[in-house]
Write a protein that binds this ligand. Structure first.
Ligand SMILES: Nc1ncnc2c1ncn2[C@@H]1O[C@H](COP(=O)(O)OP(=O)(O)OP(=O)(O)O)[C@@H](O)[C@H]1O
Length: 348
């Protein structure tokens, strides 16, 4: 566990965080620009000398009052928006930079393992100017991992990358998290990336923590409504119907969507505005996906004429944004069994 009871006072900004974060999986830190995401990562890393309070990583004290454990003793790996590679070193020397400076007894990850995990071998013979943005980030991630960190901090590692470059690194991060078990704190503005990667999410606002918890549960909270009401469904790839459509298993039910590269477990983001409700299964509809669901309750939406119906599908939360008129017309009530329709093209 990471215990945080910290204050960072700046001339026009105060960061005040009092919480406990998990030391498993990937924790995303989100919030509007200027809310303090980077400041929080920097405070945890020990890069903010004015930070006061308590930072405890498992049983290690990193900050007690104003007494701070030096940055290098925290054993943190960091990857930022711009993969900073040392220009006078070769690609391979850059990769091994941190490894060569890590004490032998602290090394838990070997270059062979990281090169294989991140598929870095084809990059090692290339000169720095021959690397794409995604390849540079993969190399920076490998370099950070080779310091055998106990915590990895990722600050907007995909910002500035195009879709193609991002696709080169995103699946690797997920694999690294699962295989190395190194906990990661990830700052990102891209909700799609967060949905694919994060297990846990923290929402900051003006230097304060608004809410934090498991991703799927948190995204259905009112606090996240600024991102647009949405749900995350955990599925498994079932079959590829043809080159263009993919069938996914959601518990005992199935969903179809335009083909995307998923292998095994995957997460889908469904906007509440793309979910319709009927009392009977619809026939002769263009909508591909129809799931049986149970109504759990209702929450208000941003428009007074609308509400969000909280549903459960195969034990997972799903939200539907409907007008109050429809809720009344269908006489929706908690515990009712209903059918939800989601257009295949509205699932990501
Ligand atoms: N070195 C600094 N000195 C003084 N104020 C700073 C410094 N760095 C950041 N700030 C201020 O602290 C606040 C939080 O900044 P921070 O970079 O942590 O926000 P952020 O949530 O990461 O923003 P963004 O999403 O735009 O990167 C902002 O008001 C910013 O202007």
């Amino acid at each position: 566990m990471i215990t945080l009871q910290l204050q960072l006072v700046r001339q026009h900004f105060d960061l005040n965080i009092n919480t406990t974060l998990p030391t498993t999986g990937i924790t995303a830190i989100v919030g509007r620009s200027g809310c303090g995401k980077t400041s929080l990562l920097r405070a945890i890393a020990g890069l903010e000398p004015n930070c006061q309070g308590l930072i405890q990583f498992n049983n290690q004290s990193w900050l007690t009052g104003t007494v701070a454990l030096p940055v290098e003793k925290r054993r943190i790996g960091m990857v930022f928006q711009q993969a900073f590679l040392l220009p006078h070193l070769s690609t391979e020397q850059n990769l091994l930079y941190g490894f060569n400076r890590t004490r032998k007894q602290q090394r838990t990850l070997t270059p062979e393992l990281i090169i294989a995990m991140l598929d870095l071998k084809p990059l090692l013979g290339l000169k720095q100017h021959q690397l794409s943005g995604g390849q540079r980030q993969r190399l920076a991630l490998g370099r950070a991992l080779l310091t055998s960190p106990q915590l990895l901090l990722l600050d907007e590692p995909f910002a500035g990358l195009d879709q193609q470059s991002k696709a080169e690194i995103l699946p690797f991060l997920h694999r690294i998290s699962q295989q190395t078990k190194i906990p990661m704190l990830l700052v990102s503005h891209q909700l799609d990336d967060i949905v694919q990667l994060a297990d846990h999410i923290v929402l900051l606002q003006q230097g304060q923590l608004v809410t934090q918890g498991p991703l799927q549960q948190q995204l259905s909270l009112q606090a996240f409504s600024a991102f647009g009401a949405m749900s995350v469904l955990h599925c498994h790839t079932a079959t590829s119907n043809d080159d263009t459509l993919l069938t996914l298993q959601l518990g005992k039910q199935q969903l179809m969507l335009p083909y995307q590269y998923f292998n095994g477990a995957c997460r889908l983001r469904v906007q509440a505005k793309d979910v319709a409700i009927s009392l009977e299964p619809l026939v002769n509809s263009s909508v591909n996906n129809q799931l049986q669901a149970t109504v759990c309750g209702f929450t208000s939406a941003s428009h007074p004429a609308e509400s969000i119906v909280q549903l459960q599908v195969e034990g997972q939360p799903l939200q539907a944004l409907v007008t109050n008129r429809s809720t009344e017309r269908l006489r929706l009530k908690a515990d009712m069994t209903v059918y939800v329709q989601i257009k295949a093209v509205a699932i990501y």
